[in-house]
Structures are given as structure tokens and as C-alpha cells.
Ligand binder design. Structure first.
Ligand SMILES: [Zn+2]
Length: 404
């Protein structure tokens, strides 16, 4: 069995919901702590030195004496609710497997290689995507991170403390960043561009600007059997209109807008809701269409709420500007891959990644592995074993180029 297959099989059962087949690896929950233990064991088996930073990000170091700053690679181990097996773990597993390949070939790095697993990349528990890398780079204030709450009201600080990590240590770490020369993240493609190109791997051009907004509609709870329609202040109605408005705005403006999370209070089948909260996700090729989409959705939400005597409030939870990955680094990777006869087309993406956050502080690049259906954030997410193997070979070539 290849080392990739063995690593894949060892991580696969952790945090999988038997009913849906999807993953629930939320930051600081038992399933995610088991993923962290897997990371530490996997690193120890390879004599890699594991060090967590103050933000709960994990690093496994292949140390080299007097080697200068390291080549970092990796991804994340947390998941969205009922996420697929590949989003995140593919990059971490491929990193360990690429190190195995390099060692089997007798490669001696001239500079350290470090495998990273960033915390709360999906924002699946505390709402802010790429929280670990944002904290590391200073893109989010540690106090606001400590105060973020999950659906049960538990703060990030308390969850971290319960998992044995000191939340007082949260915050930017310039020392650690200074030890990293580059970061190359391998990730399953979250789209179908490669499927049409006859290429197993691609290189990322950049990441679309994107953001998440919380929309709160507050009405009045009432009896579903006795309250007359005209007397109701039903927040479900403007919420529903907003879902449709988001689709319409995205269609008109050539963007992506999604409402994928909704909470209704009190959540009774025989009652008019008192409040509905929904989360809007917008992604676009540029900041203009992004803002236009948000404006159009908010205008529609406001009008629909007003017409139903429902209060409407909204707030931004995270907004990430467009990211262009380092062109020189990408060129170097493309040349190294071409030298191995690996064709790697350059692709844009609407998905956010830690590499996009780290790009503010160091040259970063991304390798995508073909996803035949393009489906992601779903148990149906997939990549063929041969394409995963091609990804490991490509990543090994990249590490050889950057750390040789
Ligand atoms: Zn991911």
C-alpha cells in the first residue's frame, strides 16, 4: 500500500457521520482533536517535530541545520457540516506523502520543510473562515476571536481552553512567519475546470473576493392556527424573499450568492416564527460586482421586511478581498512541474483558503487536484486515486524545487 493510501485510510473514519457519510470535524470538538492527534502521530512516525503555535495551528517540521526559512505546505483538517473527505485533508496527507516520496528518493533538503494544519479554516463552528491563519497573520484582532461564539453560545476562548490550549496566546506571530519562506497549499479543486482540461493538477491564479453576512429578521411569534394572516409579523416571509433575491442578484450580476444556513426561532411547526437568522455568502470576480450583489440583496431584504412589519438588521461576519498569488512563485512551480512533464493549467477560484490569507505576508501558491464533478462541501466530493497520486508527485516536485 502506498503511504498516501495508508494515511488516507487512517484519517478517513475520524469525525464521519454514519447517517450522512459527511464529516463533522469542528474546531476543538472531540472529532477535530482526534484529527490533531492523528497529525501528531503521523508526524512522529516520520521524525518530524510537531509544534503548535498560540493560535492552535499545527506544524510538523523537517528540520535542517542552518537552512534558513522553511518551505511550508499543508492545508486544514476541520470541515464544514457534512463536508467531504478531501477538502483540507487532501493537502495535509499529500504533504506527508510527498515527504515520504522525497525521502525514498534520497532527497536532502537545503532548507526546512514544514507541514501545516490550520485551525478553523472553514469557520464551521465559530463563523469566521481561515480563523487560524487570520490570527497568525494579524488579520483578525485576538480579542474579537476570543469572543466568537458557536451555535451553543460557547466562546472560541472557552472551547480552546477546554481543549487544553491557552487562549491568552492567540494573536499574530511574526517570529513564526519569519521562519517561513513560502507556503504552497495543495487542495482538491472546488469546481470542474480541470475535468475539461485533461489535467490532474492545476495552479491557482488567485481567489475571488468573498464575504459572509448575517441577516436577522425579527417578527412576532404567534399561533399558526389562530393568528390571522393580516395580523402576523412573520419573519419567514422576508427571509424567503431574500433567498430568491440573492439568486436573482447573482444571476443578473454574474456572481455567486448563497444562503446555506438558517435558524428559525422558536422553531415550532405550529407557530409563526419570532425571528429568522440567515447567513449570506457572496463571491465575485471583483469587488464591484461583490458590493453590487450585496447591495441588491440587502435592498430586497429591507423592502420585504418592511412590507411584513418585520425588523431587519445585518452585519458582516467576514470579508476577504481578492487575492493574487505570487506570480514569480507560480512561474517557478510551473517550470518545475513542466520539468517533470506535468501540465498544470492556471485557474482562478471562488473558494477561500489559508494560502490566500498568508499571501499578505509571504509568497504563496496553490496546487489543485482534479475533482471530476466539481462538487465540494458535500459528502459527494471526490478525486480519483490516480489524480491524488499525481498531486503527491507534483507537490514533491515543488518541494524539491523550493527546498533543494
Ligand atoms: Zn479547504
Amino acid at each position: 500500500m502506498s503511504t498516501f493510501a495508508a494515511l488516507w485510510d487512517s484519517l478517513l473514519p475520524i469525525g464521519r457521520d454514519p447517517a450522512t457519510g459527511g464529516y463533522r470535524r469542528f474546531c476543538w470538538t472531540p472529532a477535530e482533536l482526534e484529527c490533531r492527534a492523528w497529525f501528531e502521530t503521523t508526524a512522529a512516525e516520520r521524525q518530524l517535530r510537531v509544534a503548535a503555535d498560540g493560535n492552535g495551528n499545527l506544524f510538523a517540521w523537517w528540520d535542517v541545520s542552518n537552512g534558513g526559512p522553511a518551505v511550508a505546505t499543508g492545508s486544514h483538517l476541520d470541515s464544514v457540516p457534512d463536508g467531504g473527505a478531501f477538502d483540507g485533508p487532501l493537502g495535509v496527507i499529500s504533504a506527508f506523502a510527498a515527504i515520504d516520496e522525497l525521502r525514498a528518493a534520497g532527497f536532502q533538503p537545503a532548507r526546512p520543510i514544514v507541514v501545516a494544519a490550520f485551525a478553523e479554516e472553514e469557520g464551521g463552528r465559530f463563523g469566521v473562515a481561515c480563523l487560524g491563519s487570520r490570527l497568525l497573520t494579524g488579520a483578525i484582532d485576538p480579542d474579537s476571536a476570543r469572543g466568537l461564539r458557536d451555535g451553543a453560545g460557547i466562546t472560541f476562548a472557552d472551547a480552546m481552553l477546554a481543549a487544553g490550549h491557552d487562549p491568552a496566546q492567540l494573536g499574530p506571530d511574526d517570529d513564526l512567519l519569519g521562519q517561513l519562506a513560502t507556503y504552497v497549499e495543495l487542495h482538491v479543486e472546488q469546481g470542474r475546470a480541470l475535468a475539461g482540461l485533461d489535467a490532474a493538477v492545476g495552479l491557482a491564479e488567485g481567489i475571488w473576493p468573498h464575504g459572509r453576512w448575517r441577516l436577522d429578521f425579527t417578527g412576532r411569534a404567534d399561533h399558526a392556527g389562530t393568528a390571522k394572516l393580516a395580523d402576523r409579523a412573520d419573519p419567514m416571509l422576508p427571509y424567503a424573499a431574500t433567498v430568491l433575491a440573492a439568486r436573482q442578484a447573482a444571476t443578473e450580476l454574474g456572481t455567486l450568492a448563497t444562503i446555506g444556513k438558517v435558524l428559525a426561532e422558536p422553531g415550532a411547526a405550529n407557530a409563526v416564527s419570532s425571528a429568522v437568522s440567515a447567513w449570506l455568502d457572496v463571491r465575485a470576480a471583483g469587488p464591484g460586482p461583490l458590493d453590487a450583489t450585496l447591495d441588491q440583496v440587502l435592498t430586497a431584504a429591507r423592502a420585504a421586511a418592511e412590507s411584513q412589519q418585520v425588523a431587519f438588521e445585518w452585519k458582516s461576519e467576514s470579508v476577504t478581498p481578492a487575492v493574487s498569488f505570487d506570480a514569480e512563485l507560480r512561474g517557478r512551480l510551473a517550470a518545475a512541474l513542466a520539468g517533470q512533464r506535468i501540465a498544470a493549467p492556471v485557474l482562478p477560484t471562488g473558494a477561500g483558503h489559508d494560502a490566500g490569507i498568508l499571501a499578505a505576508r509571504l509568497p504563496t501558491a496553490m496546487l489543485f487536484v482534479r475533482n471530476p464533478t466539481g462538487v465540494s462541501h458535500s459528502p459527494a466530493e471526490h478525486a480519483e486515486p490516480a489524480d491524488c497520486a499525481a498531486g503527491v508527485t507534483a507537490l514533491a516536485a515543488v518541494l524539491r524545487e523550493l527546498a533543494g
